[in-house]
Design a protein around this ligand. Structure first.
Ligand SMILES: [Zn+2]
Length: 261
C-alpha cells in the first residue's frame, strides 16, 4: 500500500538519534513519511534542530521556541536568544514551538511559564507562523492566554492531545487549530479513540510521533521514530471506520492548510 503522511512533531535532533539518524530517515521514507517537523525546546536545541534540517532539507523542517519545562528565572534571556534565530531563518521556519504550559512536574516557574508562553504567542501573531503547543495540567490557563489572540493567530497544533471530549471541544473552538495525535492512541487502556470519534472531526487531526518518546503499540517502550506512525494510522482508520489512505489524505491536507508547506 502506498501511504504518504507527515510527522508533525519529532525530536530527531536528539542524541537518541546521533548514531543512526540516516537509517531512521531512510526507514521513515520507506514507510511513506514525506516530511518531519522538528521542534526546538531551548537555545542549544535551536542549533541542533537547524543543523539537522539543513542536513535533510527535503524532509526536515524546523520549529523554534522555548519549551515550558525549560522555562526558568532567566527566561527573558533565553527568549532573546531564540528570537535572534527567527528572522534569519524565517523563510525555512515552519512554526513557533514547542511552547506552552506544563504544571505536571512542578509549578515552581508558573508565572514565568505564563509570561514566556504569551510572549511566544505574540511572535506567532507578529510573524504569522502557526504554534506548536505543549500543554499538561494547564489547559484552562493556556486557553485564557490564547483567547486574547484568537482572531490574529494563523493556527497551530495542540500537540500530544490525550484529553477528554470536553477538553477536545474547548481546544477546537480555536479556528485553524488541530490536535496532534500519536502513540497514546494505540495504548490498550487509552480512551482516546472513542474521545476523538465523538468530538473531533478528521479535518482537525494531524499525525505525530513526539519521538523518541511515546512509541505506539506494538513498539511501546522502544525508541519511537517516524516510520512507527503507520501504527497510529492503522488505529485511527479503525476508530473512524475509514481507510488508511483516507487518514493519510485528510491529515496531510490538514498539515498543508495550517503550515505554509
Ligand atoms: Zn515534543
Amino acid at each position: 500500500m502506498n501511504l504518504q503522511f507527515i510527522d508533525t512533531h519529532c525530536h530527531l535532533d536528539g542524541e537518541e538519534f546521533a548514531q543512526d539518524r540516516d537509517a531512521v530517515i531512510q526507514r521513515a521514507r520507506e514507510a511513506g513519511c514525506t516530511a518531519i517537523f522538528l521542534p526546538a525546546i531551548d537555545v542549544p536545541s535551536c542549533h541542533t534542530v537547524l543543523d539537522v534540517c539543513a542536513q535533510y532539507p527535503d524532509v526536515c523542517r524546523p520549529m523554534l521556541g522555548l519549551h515550558p519545562e525549560e522555562v526558568r528565572a532567566d527566561w527573558r534571556d533565553q527568549l532573546a536568544a531564540i528570537k535572534s534565530f527567527l528572522i534569519p531563518h524565517s523563510s525555512f521556519l515552519i512554526s513557533i514551538g514547542e511552547v506552552g504550559l506544563d504544571y505536571y512536574w512542578s509549578r515552581e516557574f508558573e508565572q514565568e511559564q505564563l509570561l514566556a508562553f504569551e510572549e511566544q504567542v505574540r511572535w506567532a501573531v507578529e510573524l504569522q507562523l502557526p504554534l506548536m503547543i505543549h500543554c499538561r495540567k494547564a489547559q484552562n490557563e493556556l486557553v485564557t492566554i490564547l483567547k486574547k489572540y484568537k482572531d490574529d493567530l494563523p493556527g497551530g497544533v495542540f500537540h500530544c492531545f490525550t484529553g477528554n471530549e470536553q477538553e477536545a471541544r474547548q481546544l477546537l473552538e480555536f479556528p485553524r487549530f488541530v490536535l496532534g495525535i500519536g502513540g497514546v492512541l494505540t495504548f490498550k487502556k487509552s480512551h482516546l479513540p472513542e474521545t476523538l470519534v465523538a468530538a473531533v472531526p478528521l479535518n482537525r487531526i494531524v499525525l505525530e510521533t513526539d519521538a523518541p518518546y511515546m512509541a505506539p503499540v506494538p513498539m511501546r517502550g522502544q525508541r519511537n521514530e517516524s516510520a512507527f506512525v503507520r501504527h497510529v494510522i492503522t488505529r485511527l482508520a479503525e476508530a473512524y471506520c475509514v481507510s488508511e489512505e483516507e487518514i493519510c489524505r485528510q491529515t496531510t491536507e490538514n498539515v498543508k492548510r495550517i503550515f505554509a508547506f
